[in-house]
Write a protein that binds this ligand. Structure first.
Ligand code: ARG
Length: 459
């Protein structure tokens, strides 16, 4: 038998393979709440404009709530023959309320319907991402505040560069995540136009009120071009783009946590709650959550690339290719939320190993720049000469197998006679970080100012 929704011109039903490749219900059932919200708004508008009677619209709106409760209660039977969530809901509505159900699709198409549902779904995920980022930023702020003056090595090329503070390092991720949050907010504001009422592609001859449905669904306005409205998936791509950049940040931090929790570094101890053991090596405590967060960027960026490829050659307006948008976005969203939550848990629970951090901060000639700056400041050397003198002192220390503060004054004076005892004041890591008072620098006072600024932003 042919399809009850569109089978009028068909003599035979679809092949089983046709049904299998065509159906999206196995995954788009996740949009049931959005589909029903969209249909309820549409029904109310059909009544307000006199396209259907108030009584029919009320029956539809009530019936749709019954369908929703069946889906939420797990008693709804999804049918692959009915392809997708839109036709599953409508078919069930017909069983419940009869004839008026057939009037619901007046002035509407599945093309504007699916675009509307998907936008509502993605919009919720943008909000969820913003919330998830907010929680992670708060966890980082707590770490930064506690460790505003804990010293640790700062790296470039993963080689010891200059001492920094733990709080400063945490706040670097706050900045990244702050940009991620603002990207999601921008994307959300841009995408918030309603496709509903674009119908199949050309609009409709019924006197619909698109402002009304747009408002009912929390959109700022109706999308202004019906062809664009049904063929636009920019909002999904922007979600995936924002998610990819955010996941990239999470991945970089995860990589640091993997390194930092190793026996060689011992910078942090991850909590038991966010670590796993080995089935053969009893001593192991592995940073699996960090590793999995590090890996999530793969599938999230993959989803972005996949949807770009789906969209890139499509002529206007709707093509069935676009049904391939949802699984990518669902998977990326699920994994981004999970990664954000896991990172938030890890950060909230982790403890910095201050003695290790401090010991590492002072090793590797990390205050060589402070020494060079001192030569400039106190002896009025040109920076290039100071750099050269300091380099010679580093070579001397390295040859003796000691760190810079372990050289004697006599040894230092053998390289430059003007050096005095006062130089040892700048070779300590605490003095080093405290001196970096330039705006955005690593000094504890600067870190505390940034923590305060962010608390205000989030308040
Ligand atoms: N399941 C479809 C999708 O996800 C719904 C839209 C179908 N429209 C159509 N004209 N076949 O894109």
């Amino acid at each position: 038998t042919s399809n009850q929704m569109w089978g009028g011109r068909f003599a035979a039903g679809p092949d089983a393979i046709m049904e299998a490749i065509n159906a999206s219900i196995s995954y788009d059932q996740r949009m049931a709440p959005q589909d029903i919200a969209g249909s309820r708004a549409h029904a109310a508008m059909l009544a307000a404009t006199g396209i259907v009677t108030d009584k029919d619209a009320e029956t539809m709106r009530e019936g749709l709530l019954t369908v929703l409760s069946e889906i939420e209660g797990g008693t709804f039977e999804f049918s692959t023959a009915l392809e997708d969530i839109h036709m599953n809901v409508e078919a069930r509505l017909k069983e419940i309320i009869g004839e008026p159900a057939g009037r619901l699709h007046t002035g509407r198409s599945r093309n504007d319907q699916v675009a509307t549902d998907f936008k509502l779904w993605v919009r919720d995920q943008m909000d969820a991402a913003i919330e998830g980022i907010d929680a992670l930023i708060r966890a980082l702020l707590a770490q930064a505040e506690a460790g505003a003056d804990w010293v640790m090595p700062g790296f470039t090329h993963l080689q010891t560069a200059q001492p920094v503070t733990w709080g400063h390092h945490m706040m670097a991720y706050v900045e990244m995540l702050g940009r991620d949050m603002s990207r999601f907010k921008d994307a959300r504001a841009r995408m918030n136009e309603s496709p509903l009422g674009a119908a199949a592609l050309a609009g409709t001859s019924f006197p619909i009120d698109r402002e009304m449905t747009a408002k009912a669904l929390g959109f700022d306005r109706p999308a202004a071009n019906s062809l664009d409205a049904v063929s636009d998936r920019d909002f999904a791509l922007e979600f995936l783009s924002c998610a990819s950049i955010c996941a990239m940040h999470l991945s970089r931090f995860a990589e640091e946590l993997v390194i930092w929790s190793s026996a060689q570094f011992r910078f942090v101890t991850l909590s038991d709650r966010f670590s796993t053991g080995s089935s053969i090596m009893p001593q192991k405590k592995n940073p699996d959550a960090a590793e999995l967060i590090r890996a999530k960027i793969g599938r999230i960026f993959g989803a972005h690339v996949a949807l770009m490829m789906v969209m890139k050659g499509l002529p206007l307006a709707y093509s069935k290719d676009m049904q391939e948008d949802k699984e990518q976005v669902f998977d990326a969203a699920d994994n981004l939320m999970l990664a954000l939550a896991a990172m938030t848990g890890m950060v909230a629970d982790m403890s910095a190993n201050r003695p290790s951090l401090e010991a590492a901060a002072g090793s590797g000639f990390s205050t060589a720049t402070d020494l060079a700056d001192w030569l400039v400041r106190e002896l009025n050397l040109p920076f290039r000469d100071a750099h050269h003198v300091t380099g010679a002192l580093v070579a001397m220390a390295e040859g003796a197998g000691v760190d810079l503060p372990d050289l004697t004054l006599a040894q230092m004076q053998s390289v430059h006679g003007g050096i005095t005892e006062a130089v040892f004041g700048v070779l300590g890591v605490h003095n080093s970080v405290a001196s970096r008072m330039s705006y955005g620098g690593t000094a504890p006072a600067q870190v505390r100012a940034q923590v305060a600024r962010w608390k205000e932003i989030l308040a």
